[in-house]
Ligand binder design. Structure first.
Ligand code: ARG
Ligand code: ZN
Length: 873
């Protein structure tokens, strides 16, 4: 069954007050709810029955205005409870029972490491009790949690605690009240034996907020970074957007079993423990950075998501795209901005562009879905963030802020749409942004083709931009987008030229944002003394593919000189992509591959450039990923891609061995581990040098890696060494793996890194290794983090998954089948690797398709069915 945006109707009833009582038990949990309902004056039909959502609930009783209803007075089916003929305003009391202990889907109320917790977004609330489970029904919640005092000393829910007490039989209770009306998806409940790190925060207006991070007792020494990140994020949101926190307490809980990253429940965020726990010896720099970003993301949702929420789930990007943009801006401002931008664009191109070109392609605001959980995608999140960034590019930083202020002024406390967001941006700035709407409605990655002409006699330089967008499922034709293309022009020395467009009196600035609105448009720059080299889409101002016929020399020139640091990296990336595609073609044609001299020179220049910041240098020395290269080919050849990239790494390591060693030795970080962008950049570059040297597999490298592995006092260096050792053959590798395992056997989050490294190894015996690791006592198919690190890493291993004999496909297909019955959300994420089957050679196509067809014949969850059926369409 497909749900369409065009079918949206306002809810027939509103819920003014929600009172809940959860009696947590070892066998089952009893839920009592008391709802104050009234007809929605804005409802489409005046006398509609009351329909409540509910799944897998054992209904015990229903009372209306104090009167017990007989079973004939309601109609119950697998997904709802319907009451016809209800008054216009009434109180409904429902009692039902659920079994959190048996909940393997991790939606609604479930148990994790002996504790109770919830995940309600998007539609998990209905797995706990009957409710109007949609985001445009906002209610004031009061929640009483009752549980055994010894097992569950900590009882939490949203808002402020208002009452607590001891009951008979060793039970106790806490009542929580959240004064802010909220949709059910923001509800949360946690109960367990948890330790708490406490701190406090004084808001800009002087209110004290208690901050509490709850974890299992043995993890209490891994919360400091999360707490510091939270305070940083709270300050940043005040300073950048004037947004303050609005309750007396802010709580975060870490849980081990969690489908996604984290969840912004009002006043009570719940986190996957891998995105919260960090200690220098257990978490890498990348973990530290992600934790800071995700803590900020969930905190920022308090305004963009909670205070102003979504009218329906088609509007998901209203909160997610905007909040990702806010967390990206935060990270860029507290760390090295360029590196963050490069990482974000790398990820957008290698994952979102791929999604946009496949059978699951959908606009930032999808027009339909079968299962909403399948739409927590890179398109809704990351492309959605780029769409928000384009407002800022078009309107300027102040203009964007004016738009945000108006958005909150108009919509605080309401459930709204992306149209409302666009209108606030437009109205606050007196602009007509109606064409911008197409970014929400049309799927696919636009292509911008650039042509230039130089007239030496008049000093005029003309840029012609043409846009097009490939067809996507259900959208054969696209209308032109409003595309902000930031452009600069370089002179022969590599300096930016001042820019003056025809009809302008004087030059203004060196980067101009061209507003491309038509299929084809021209801009004429005047007063130039020499033919410039264009630098296009600076800072990745629009999420598009740009093509301009650069020569390799010009790309190398841009990589060395462009004033826009992002474009400097991007020019190098384009050059490397071209070179690697050439090597792939050589290998496919049976020719001996050879690295072009020009590329080697440009690469060496970056490697030895003393003026480059370490983190940026590391970005520039990383070769394009195998997935990104795959995307550039008409028929993907995973073997040739891997062979070409390995060849290039070996050649770059061999030709520049002394320089790599030099880099390695000069970038040692002294002193105690600190997570700071400068130190992290040095560690990143040093570990990159080690991984290049590993391609040579010589004795010096083995010694370096082994001694780094032994001496490391932090996980970044320990894992960097282990990853390098994974690239070589021999006893050192197995020894290091065994040492690592022995040391960390009781820390599942660290073992996840160990699982992932082995599953991503591009070696012939990897599948056998993964199958063996599934028997390891530390592995469990019921814990999403284990599945992602072992099975997910293998699915993302191009040589493993795409093994020509089809063994990888059959293996992942079998895991999807198992997971489908246990946890549909996790299964759906694992089956995603099959969607691109049409891009491969006939042999692989046939095998992937056979696996998809086999799956389609099974009794599938909605989640997996949607992806499998759309892939085969
Ligand atoms: N809203 C959460 C976030 O901050 C993600 C929740 C995803 N949940 C799901 N069932 N898909 O990104
Ligand atoms: Zn989010």
């Amino acid at each position: 069954r497909t749900i369409y945006l065009k079918d949206y109707r306002p809810p027939a009833f509103l819920i003014e007050r929600t009172e809940l009582r959860f009696a947590l038990g070892e066998d089952s949990t009893q839920v009592e709810s008391r709802l104050r309902l009234r007809r929605n004056p804005a409802a489409a039909t005046p006398a509609a029955p009351l329909v409540l959502d509910g799944e897998d609930l054992e209904l015990l009783s229903v009372r209306l205005d104090g009167r017990d209803l007989a079973p004939g007075e309601w109609v119950q089916d697998a997904e709802s409870l319907t009451l016809a003929n209800v008054p216009d305003a009434f109180v409904l009391e429902i009692v039902n029972r659920i079994k959190p202990q048996e909940n393997t889907r991790l939606e609604g109320l479930y148990k994790s490491s002996g504790n109770f917790c919830t995940q309600c977004e998007a539609e998990g609330f209905r797995c706990m009790t009957y409710y109007i489970d949609r985001p445009d029904v906002m209610s004031v919640f009061t929640t009483t949690v009752v549980g055994e005092q010894a097992r569950y000393p900590v009882l939490l829910s949203n808002g402020n605690p208002v009452e607590k007490g001891v009951l008979d039989d060793g039970q106790h209770f806490v009542t929580w009240h959240d004064p802010h009306p909220k949709p059910s998806y923001l509800f949360a409940l946690v109960a367990g034996n948890l330790s708490c790190l406490e701190d406090s925060y004084k808001t800009a207006s002087g209110r004290e907020v208690a901050l509490r991070i709850y974890v299992e007792p043995h993890n209490i020494d891994k919360c400091d970074h999360a707490m510091a990140s939270l305070k940083k994020a709270m300050r940043w949101d005040e300073q950048r957007f004037g947004l303050e926190y609005d309750l007396d307490i802010f709580m975060i809980v870490a849980v081990d079993d969690f489908n996604m990253g984290a969840m912004e429940n009002k006043g009570l965020n719940v986190f996957n423990s891998k995105l919260l726990l960090a200690r220098p010896d257990t978490a890498t720099d990348l973990d530290y950075e992600r934790i800071e970003g995700v803590i900020a993301h969930e905190y920022f949702h308090n305004w963009t998501g909670n205070r102003v929420t979504c009218r329906d789930w088609f509007q998901l990007s209203l909160k997610e795209g905007l909040t990702v943009f806010r967390d990206q801006s935060f990270t860029a401002e507290v760390t090295a901005g360029t590196v963050k931008r490069i990482d974000d664009v790398r990820m957008l191109r290698s994952r979102q562009f791929v999604e946009d070109a496949g059978p699951m392609a959908h606009p930032v605001r999808p027009p339909s879905y079968m299962e909403i959980n399948n739409f927590y995608t890179v398109t809704v999140y990351e492309k959605g963030a780029e769409v928000v960034r384009m407002y800022e590019t078009l309107l300027g930083r102040e203009g964007f802020r004016r738009g945000m202020d108006l958005y909150f002024e108009r919509h605080d406390g309401h459930a709204v749409t992306t149209d409302d967001f666009l209108a606030a941006m437009a109205d606050a700035n007196g602009e007509d942004l109606s064409q911008f709407q197409r970014w929400y409605e049309q799927a696919g990655t636009p292509r911008v083709t650039v042509e230039d002409a130089w007239d030496a006699a008049s000093g005029r330089y003309t840029l012609t931009l043409r846009q097009s967008c490939p067809a996507t499922p259900g959208q054969p034709e696209k209308r032109p987008f409003l595309i902000p293309v930031a452009v600069g022009l370089l002179d022969a020395q590599g300096r930016d030229m001042p820019l003056r467009l025809a009809a302008e009196a004087q030059a203004a600035g060196t980067t101009r944002v061209l507003r491309l609105t038509e299929a084809e448009q021209q801009w004429v720059f005047e007063g130039l003394v020499e033919r410039p080299l264009p630098s296009l889409n600076r800072g990745f101002s629009a999420p598009v593919r740009v093509s301009y016929p650069y020569t390799e020399t010009q790309l190398a020139f841009l990589a060395a000189h462009d004033a826009d640091a992002f474009n400097r990296w991007d020019a190098g990336e384009q050059l490397a992509t071209r070179v690697l595609l050439g090597l792939i073609a050589d290998i496919q044609a049976g020719r001996e591959p050879a690295l072009p001299e020009r590329f080697l020179t440009a690469f060496a220049a970056v490697l030895t450039d003393a003026g480059l910041e370490a983190a940026v240098k590391a970005e520039m020395l990383m070769l394009p990923s195998e997935n990104w290269l795959a995307e550039q080919m008409d028929v993907i050849d995973p073997d040739a891609i891997h062979a070409a990239r390995s060849y290039a790494r070996r050649a770059l390591a061999g030709e520049l061995e002394a320089q790599w060693l030099g880099l390695y030795h000069t970038h040692e970080v002294s002193g105690e581990y600190r997570f700071d962008p400068r130190d992290a950049g040095r560690r990143r570059l040093r570990n990159l040098a080690l991984s290049y040297l590993a391609a040579l597999d010589g004795k010096p490298m083995r010694q370096l890696a082994a001694s780094q592995f032994e001496q490391a006092d932090n996980m970044t260096d320990s894992l960097g060494a282990l990853a390098a050792l994974m690239l070589i053959d021999g006893a050192e590798r197995e020894q290091a793996l065994a040492t690592f395992y022995d040391h960390w056997r009781n820390d599942p989050l660290v073992l996840d890194k160990w699982f992932a490294l082995q599953a991503s190894a591009q070696r012939p015996d990897t599948l056998a290794r993964v199958e063996q690791l599934m028997q390891n006592p530390a592995f469990s198919i019921r814990t999403p983090n284990r599945v992602y690190s072992l099975i997910g890493a293998f699915a993302g291993n191009p040589t493993g998954f795409h093994a020509a004999d089809g063994s990888g496909y059959r293996f992942i297909g079998a895991q999807v089948e198992t997971l489908n019955a246990l946890n549909p959300q996790v299964a759906a994420r694992m089956v995603g690797v099959f969607t691109r089957w049409r891009r491969y050679d006939a042999g692989r196509q046939a095998q992937m398709r056979a696996e998809l067809e086999r799956l389609q014949g099974l009794d599938l969850s909605r989640d997996v069915y949607e992806i499998v059926s759309k892939s085969l369409q």
